[in-house]
Design a protein. Structure first.
Length: 329
């Protein structure tokens, strides 16, 4: 049997360099001229040959994290597939970007950050609620993170994942958490009776309340300039409003991360239909982002600047030779 002509690293390098298209045909077109250069089928076979596994991402990421520092952030994002009708993983999901239900692939991410780094450590793809819900993936990734030795300063997530089962798991793990709660969550303040948060007096500096089904938590009421009200809750009863603000700002790192993988790794642009190929493409795209993140952090440049620099020389060469422009006009 002939050995495969492309490996995972070849596809990762292609995703880092390509400015737009992410397909086997485009990957074959940009290969250096050499004997037995891989054809598009080689890249197609690669995406079907590999076994999708989030563990390979962790093997690259573990050297870039401090297990005893930083915070862990969990959230999901929809990879837009508006015109896909036959891709196996595509479904209908709520998108915070579009503020409506859209067609796409739902990616659940676990991100580690110390304020400067954005290091993806784990991920899951939510597809069939009968097999595993997003909350099932949430708990599974937390248990895996504990097994890997993580002891984060705090775990951050939004109100979607603030179920009692999730909160109790975090308490079992011994980890501090910070999340947003819906205004209708039932609490009991100073034994005054159980009522929704919206009908409970909560201070911006934090108020201790009894969260029904869980126990004592500290809740902060934040009123935005436009009148919107948000309730932040934490298991750390000694947390100050300043610390809550710092962690709240850190929680936005996962939004930047999701934007980065979409802009810089073409994670949304795979056109393969099979679930195996889509899972492999997503996993390899996240590994491509991890390399962009490391390069950007060590060189002091943004992800987009690092990616743009790859094609800048080609653009400069094109502009410097008018005969090329005429020949290709």
């Amino acid at each position: 049997m002939n050995p495969p002509r492309v490996q995972a690293e070849d596809y990762i390098d292609f995703l880092i360099a390509t400015p737009k298209a992410a397909s086997g045909t485009e990957a074959a077109r940009v290969q250096p001229a050499k004997p037995k250069a891989p054809a598009h089928d080689a890249f197609t076979r690669l995406l079907h040959r590999l076994e999708p596994d989030a563990e390979t991402l962790w093997l690259e990421a573990q050297s870039q994290v401090d297990l005893l520092e930083g915070v862990l952030i969990l959230d999901d994002s929809v990879l837009d597939k508006p015109y896909s009708r036959h891709i196996e993983l595509v479904g209908r999901h709520w998108s915070g970007k579009h503020q409506q239900v859209v067609q796409g692939i739902d990616l659940v991410s676990l991100l580690w950050t110390d304020g400067d780094r954005h290091v993806p450590c784990d991920y899951r793809i939510y597809h069939d609620a009968k097999l595993a819900t997003k909350n099932d993936h949430f708990r599974a990734m937390l248990r895996v993170a504990q097994g890997r030795g993580f002891r984060p300063r705090c775990v951050l997530f939004d109100s979607w994942y603030a179920s009692l089962e999730n909160l109790k798991l975090l308490r079992e793990l011994g980890w501090t958490w910070l999340t947003r709660l819906k205004a209708n969550r039932l609490v009991n303040k100073d034994r005054q009776g159980t009522r929704p948060l919206s009908r409970t007096e909560v201070a911006a500096t934090g108020t201790e309340v009894w969260l029904q089904g869980y126990g004592l938590v500290k809740v902060f009421k934040i009123v935005a300039p436009d009148g919107d009200i948000a309730y932040w809750a934490t298991s750390d009863l000694g947390m100050t409003d300043l610390t809550r603000l710092q962690y709240g700002e850190s929680s936005w790192a996962i939004e930047n991360y999701h934007r980065g993988i979409k802009q810089c790794t073409e994670v949304e642009r795979c056109q393969a239909r099979s679930a195996t190929a889509q899972r492999n493409h997503i996993g390899l795209a996240l590994r491509a982002f991890l390399r962009l993140e490391y390069f950007g952090f060590t060189q002091g440049v943004s992800w987009l600047e690092a990616k743009t620099a790859i094609v800048r020389d080609a653009v400069r060469s094109y502009l410097a030779h008018p005969w090329i422009r005429l020949a290709t006009a």
